[in-house]
Design a protein around this ligand. Structure first.
Ligand SMILES: [Zn+2]
Length: 94
């Protein structure tokens, strides 16, 4: 069964303001309320959110911000720089 993380939307108790995890079947409907105090809660993680964040991490903008240089294949053994501080073109041939 997947573990889902919930957090209160606004004012809640100690339990839900810090966020809490619930083991639920995929067929179970998402919780709408904190089981401790009944404050409105929302689910934080889903597989969709995880896929989206991975794509953001590998975006050109994010790579440049973290000091990486990214190249794309330009054919004939050459690679063109798409972002970063490295040389503008790298080649397989000396
Ligand atoms: Zn609560």
């Amino acid at each position: 069964m997947p573990l889902y993380e919930y957090k209160s939307d606004g004012k809640g108790c100690e339990h839900c303001e810090a966020g809490f995890e619930v083991l639920q079947s995929v067929d179970d409907p998402p919780l709408e309320k904190c089981p401790e105090c009944g404050a409105p809660c929302r689910r934080l993680f889903s597989s969709f959110a995880a896929i989206k964040s991975t794509r953001d991490v590998l975006s050109t903008k994010n790579l440049a911000r973290h000091g990486f240089t990214q190249y794309k294949k330009a054919g004939g053994g050459h690679y063109e720089k798409t972002t970063g501080d490295g040389p503008p073109l790298i080649s397989r041939d000396p």
